[in-house]
Design a protein around this ligand. Structure first.
Ligand code: MOS
Length: 764
């Protein structure tokens, strides 16, 4: 039986539950020293001087490093030339300028962690303080309008949105707000850096080993092949571990200076300042429709904040451009630079806050028209990408709505708010649409067949808790015709064939096809060896006559004539037979000079087949889904309980229903946190985050999360890759806050357009 498509348990499950999985902070290197950062307590200004005497004299201190004595790093432009973005865009310790509260301005390195942490408290900083700019809304009039983001336009007009809206029979116009949020993965960032001569090895909590490798090589001016990054396990990322943040560079700088391996492990408090966040948004949605619900115009204007010179901004209106068939559409993104740490990608960046506005506004329109909210969405269903005017690669959203409505019991919903009562509680139902791009990147993988019949495959990608190890193991086992117990998949090392960062929901869609290609190439190598070997029962046959399965190579017509893969490997006398593959998208192949197969040691570049490999000029790639929920609102106390959830997702082929379901459950839970409690407020006087622990920043806990029903349409996307698989990492959060806000309206008739929906707003 094929392993692909089965609910196979995680390859790394036992390691994790027994504590044997080694996370980045847990490597013990001989002679390890410990670094603790010193952070700025002002948000803007300069460092005039340090008083370091006490810190330097403290027990065990090896080094106090700052802009005064650090190794010089290459200028930041170098980063872009190596294709790497350091999260903060401004490198640590390169000048005395302070740009946000919490900026790392010095680091103490000592023999023990406790000594470093104590000495760090003794560092005295003399600042020249300037008035910081903290409140986004105050910069509205001078906000910048970025042209685009990753090749997609950020300012867009199609048709005549404003005049059509002005003359529309029904109009919705509303303002929505989402706050700053932090990723807060369970595992805080940590880096251990170790130099041997000019070669650097780094254990780094990361979503991708390739990024830190390129950044460190660029910053220290050494070849990427001299930097090895290892990260076998990542305790959650959600975007915060997708880039390279200052602590990683500081650990490497400090290790260079003290001539010993250095560990820099962040505290939970550090995670609120120097490792990114989701920026706040202030969004205005305008939708115009006919009296029977045909949407004629839409405008989505976004104000958000960022941190100069970072070019990251929250692309909150992107989903609005494609989700419904809207002939006249405009979007605008305006960005205010503030003196708080740099923002970054956070689970479904853009889509998560953007669809809160869009999908609540759609609900408002449904009520204004007295239409069922599902019916309104079906009426305006986009049969093709309304912006690019090309077909979807695959879209099964109708099925998601229909099945989700059944699962939640939508027929029990009453159109009029407040009709379903349970004592002092009101019950409400809500729906929202989910979408996220179906991304894919070039990726490599290798497969080694061993003489004992086992196979070990590897790729330089990372499993950040998603199940990547497991699904890659499944597809590799099937491609090799081996039982899954005979196959191990390894990830998280730059010595493996390069693969993309685990972000953008693209890792599975990128690496799985490469793993299958590598497995097939390994079997071809076995076949070629067998037919050429006098000791093989297949000697003299043509490779085309052969077939593979159950660990054997045999004649397709006479399956009894053949031998085990292991026997072929044994006779070579080699430790293993290896094949590498690199699977590319059409765009990557075009960018790298055409579709011709190229030899690029150690990997063979596989020629993409024209019909199956994500040609984004022909097809628009998106995953879709429907989120349905049932809530209970205490209309006196404002307390909301989410009673039931149904999430139906169209993400192409589902390789492993169990791990995919985990991803959607995680996304819905994340969305419940976003909807109900998550918020990092900043002190407007000094730009300091005032929710710096998991008590003040409440992520959804078990008691906040109901039973989450998850189903997948599980129809392959015929155009993204040979497996038909898109990603499921981000789409689970999309639409969740809107579905909850819509359900609360259905329960009590109160429209909530600002996150998080805390009880004061519900009764306010
Ligand atoms: Mo994702 S926010 O691209 O890690």
């Amino acid at each position: 039986m094929n392993a692909t498509g089965q609910s196979v348990n995680r390859q790394d499950g036992r390691l994790k539950v027994t504590g044997a999985a080694k996370y980045s902070a847990e490597w013990s290197l001989p002679n390890l020293a410990y670094a603790v950062p010193v952070q700025s307590t002002i948000a803007k200004g300069t460092i005039e001087s340090f008083d370091l005497g006490a810190a330097q004299a403290a027990p065990g201190v090896l080094l106090v490093m700052s802009h005064l004595n650090r190794p010089k790093l290459a200028p930041p432009e170098t980063l872009e030339s190596v294709g790497m973005q350091v999260g903060e865009s401004v490198l640590p310790f390169q000048s005395n300028v302070i740009r946000f509260n919490g900026q790392m301005i010095a680091a103490v390195v000592a023999e023990t962690y406790e000594q470093a942490r104590y000495a760090a408290t003794l560092v005295k900083v003399n600042y020249r303080t300037e008035t910081p700019f903290v409140v986004m809304e105050e910069g509205r009039d001078t906000a910048k309008k970025p042209k685009g983001n990753n090749g997609r336009e950020a300012q867009l007009v199609r048709g005549t949105p404003d005049s059509t809206f002005a003359s529309a029979a029904r109009k919705i116009e509303a303002t929505f707000k989402t706050p700053h949020e932090h990723h807060h993965p369970l595992e805080p960032h940590a880096t251990i850096a170790s130099w041997e001569g000019d070669k650097l090895t780094v254990y780094d909590a990361s979503q991708g080993v390739g990024g830190p490798q390129r950044a460190l090589a660029g910053m220290f001016g050494i070849p990427a092949t001299d930097v090895r990054v290892v990260c076998h396990f990542t305790g959650g990322g959600f975007g915060t571990k997708g880039g390279v943040w200052p602590h990683t560079l500081i650990a490497a700088m400090a290790a260079r200076v003290v001539g010993r391996p250095v560990k820099l492990a962040l505290l939970r408090q550090h995670m609120t300042t120097t490792t990114g966040h989701r920026p706040a948004t202030d969004q205005v949605l305008r939708i115009g429709s006919s009296t029977d619900g045909d949407i004629s115009a839409m405008r989505h204007d976004v104000l958000t904040d960022s941190h100069e010179p970072s070019r990251f901004f929250e692309t909150a209106a992107f989903a609005s451009a494609v989700l419904y068939e809207v002939p006249n559409f405009a979007m605008e993104h305006a960005v205010v630079n503030v003196n708080i740490g740099a923002p970054t990608y956070m689970r479904a960046p853009g889509e998560a806050p953007g669809t809160f506005a869009l999908e609540v506004a759609m609900d408002e329109l449904a009520y204004a028209l007295k239409l069922d909210p599902v019916e309104l969405r079906l009426k305006n269903y986009a049969e093709m990408d309304p912006q690019k005017k090309i077909p979807w690669s695959s879209k099964q959203l109708r099925q998601c709505y229909a099945r989700g409505a059944e699962m939640i019991g939508w027929k029990d919903r009453r159109a009029e708010p407040g009709m379903l009562k349970q004592g002092r509680y009101r019950i409400g139902y809500g729906v929202a649409t989910a979408t996220y791009p179906g991304n894919r990147q070039a990726a490599g993988a290798r497969v080694r067949l061993y003489p004992d019949g086992r196979a070990v495959a590897a790729a330089g990608g990372n499993d950040i808790g998603t199940g990547a190890y497991t699904v890659f193991r499944q597809v590799t086992a099937d491609a090799l015709g081996l039982p899954i117990e005979k196959v191990v998949f390894e990830l998280g090392d730059t010595t493996f064939p390069a693969a993309p960062v685990a972000g953008g929901s693209w890792l599975t869609a990128s690496v799985a096809p490469a793993a299958v290609e590598a497995a097939e190439m390994a079997l071809q190598a076995i076949a070629a060896l067998a037919v050429a070997d006098a000791r093989s029962p297949l000697k003299g046959r043509r490779v085309a006559e052969l077939s593979f399965g159950e660990g054997r190579v045999f004649l397709e017509d006479q399956p009894k004539v053949g031998e085990t893969l292991a026997a072929v490997v044994q006779r070579t006398g080699q430790p293993y037979i290896e094949a590498c593959a690199r699977a590319e998208t059409m765009r990557a192949a075009r960018d790298s000079g055409g579709l011709k197969q190229r030899q690029k040691p150690p990997c063979v570049l596989v020629e993409p087949s024209a019909e199956t490999d994500r040609d984004e000029e022909k097809y628009s790639f998106h995953s879709f889904g429907a989120q349905f929920c049932k809530v209970r609102v205490d209309s006196e106390l404002g307390v909301v309980r989410i009673l039931d959830w149904a999430s139906v997702m169209d993400a192409g082929t589902i390789l492993n229903p169990k791990t995919a379901r985990n991803q959607i459950m995680g996304g819905v839970g994340f969305g419940i946190g976003m909807a109900m409690s998550e918020e990092t407020p900043y002190d407007p006087r000094n730009g300091r985050p005032v929710a710096r622990n998991l008590a003040d920043y409440h992520v959804a806990a078990h008691a906040d999360v109901p039973n989450i029903q998850v189903e997948f349409v599980n129809i392959p996307d015929p155009h993204i890759n040979r497996l038909g698989v898109r990603g499921v990492g981000e789409i689970g959060i999309v639409g969740v806050p809107a579905a909850i806000s819509n359900a609360i309206f259905n329960a009590i008739g109160r429209r909530l357009r600002e996150l998080p929906i805390t009880p004061d707003k519900v009764i306010g």
